[in-house]
Design a protein around this ligand. Structure first.
Ligand code: SF4
Length: 237
């Protein structure tokens, strides 16, 4: 008899299937203020440090495993396994139009704003990566940051070549230590790497929020500062 977690891994999905919400059944915004997140905002929503200081921060959440590569080194112990309250927005045909509308509304409202991709989940297709590139072209206020376990597949290639280099994007690649030497030296710059495995052979800092050196991501900003050319190491997952 498999556990709930083992069954979810086997079926490449979240444990909490009732928390996968089709956007057509959800009336609120699917881009959420960081103030709702206990690490990113802790009750506040405006970035106060780094080049994006003054911008509001929003988060976006997809279904873990369903949208992730099986090669992710946290495929089994994904922290989504403990996030039974979080809504995951279903990546069906209605998702992109809804994102398009919400991004357009935000761009009309703010001079600059930041979306954290993805609290759970990952870039799930080349077309989805290209969607974000198109949004950046269309909306000058849009800024993006996040982490991805995509690197070696065609989705990772699209991110590396056409999304990560954009000056309003900061994507960090999450790879385990056994794969570090496989990275393309042209893209393997510390500002594009995040890992919670051994990173002792490259320059890194431990996430200051986890060591209580800063209140939240809003008051830190390292992950979305492209001038910060070190890896970020996370103490726990
Ligand atoms: S290093 Fe800073 S921005 Fe990155 S996760 Fe930690 S607190 Fe947030």
């Amino acid at each position: 008899m498999l556990t709930k977690t083992e069954q979810a891994i086997l079926e490449d999905r979240t444990i909490f299937q009732k928390k996968v919400i089709p956007v057509t059944t959800y009336n609120g915004n699917i881009l959420k203020s960081a103030q709702n997140n206990t690490k990113l905002g802790k009750g506040k929503g405006i970035i106060t440090k780094g080049p994006w200081s003054g911008f509001p921060l929003f988060t976006f959440t997809l279904e873990e495993r369903k949208t992730c590569p099986r090669s992710c080194h946290h495929y089994g112990d994904c922290y989504g396994n403990n996030m039974f309250r979080a809504n995951r927005y279903k990546n069906d045909e209605n998702l992109i139009p809804r994102l398009r509308d919400e991004i357009a509304s935000m761009d009309a409202m703010y001079k600059g704003f930041v979306i954290r991709l993805h609290v759970l989940g990952d870039f799930y297709s080349v077309e989805y990566v290209q969607f974000w590139s198109q949004m950046l072209e269309k909306h000058s206020g849009l800024h993006i940051y996040g982490y991805t376990a995509r690197y070696f597949d065609n989705i990772g290639e699209e991110i590396r070549k056409n999304l990560a280099p954009h000056n309003r994007v900061s994507i960090r690649f999450s790879v385990d230590s056994t794969n570090l030497e496989r990275l393309d030296p042209n893209i393997f710059t510390p500002d594009l790497l995040a890992t919670d495995e051994s990173v002792s052979n490259i320059p890194f800092v431990v996430c200051p929020e986890q060591t209580e050196q800063t209140e939240s991501c809003l008051t830190c900003g390292l992950c979305f500062n492209k001038n910060f050319r070190k890896a970020v190491k996370f103490l726990n997952h």
